[in-house]
Design a binder for this molecule. Structure first.
Ligand SMILES: [Zn+2]
Length: 87
């Protein structure tokens, strides 16, 4: 009985040492597993498609040609209408 306890103690010490020694690899495997689970459940796609997190540039219609261009590139005419840089 005493020998069994001694062997168990040695095995536990070896297990603890192994976990300590390869903790980075174990954490990497856990992260990889989490990533695979996220891809399988489609969580990553939801994150990318989230409209709150995607940035957008406000577009405005050119009064002369009717093309939508970024509002920052529009030139304001005297009457308040906005035209693109081609006019
Ligand atoms: Zn235009």
């Amino acid at each position: 009985m005493k020998e069994t306890l001694f062997i168990l103690l040695i095995l536990l010490a070896l297990l603890g040492w192994t976990v300590f020694r390869y903790r980075k690899q174990i954490l990497g495997l856990i992260g990889l597993g989490r990533m695979i689970r996220d891809v399988a459940t489609g969580k990553t796609g939801e994150r990318l498609d989230d409209p709150k997190k995607t940035s957008s540039i406000p577009l405005e219609r050119c009064a002369a040609c009717g093309i939508n261009v970024p509002a920052s590139t529009l030139k304001r005419a005297g009457d308040g209408s906005a035209v693109c840089d081609r006019h």
